[in-house]
Write a new protein. Structure first.
Length: 97
């Protein structure tokens, strides 16, 4: 926020890879009740709130296993890389017949 407000020449994005540090799956009925899940929800809430405060001047790019069943979280999901979807499409690296 400091760099954005002072218009400093610093990249205005942050890329985070799996900040939850635990292995989440889409169907997490037991995890949804755990203290770990509450901590992960607070972390994502913090990220969403801070980026919203900067009104589009800062972007956070996350790659994450957690799939929180929360409307605000889901509104920020751009792509889900499972159930056949992959970051690198198979036809990029498989031989064509």
């Amino acid at each position: 926020m400091f760099f954005v407000k002072d218009n400093r020449p610093v990249p205005r994005f942050l890329s985070l890879d799996q900040p939850s540090q635990t292995c989440f799956v889409s169907d997490y009925s037991e995890l949804a009740k755990s203290k770990d899940m509450e901590a992960v929800k607070r972390m994502f809430r913090f990220i969403i709130d801070r980026t919203n405060e900067m009104g589009g001047a800062f972007q956070v790019i996350l790659t994450e296993h957690a799939n929180i069943n929360d409307a605000d979280f889901q509104a920020h999901v751009v792509e889900e890389w499972y159930k056949g979807n992959k970051l690198i499409p198979e036809d990029w690296y498989t031989e064509q017949s």
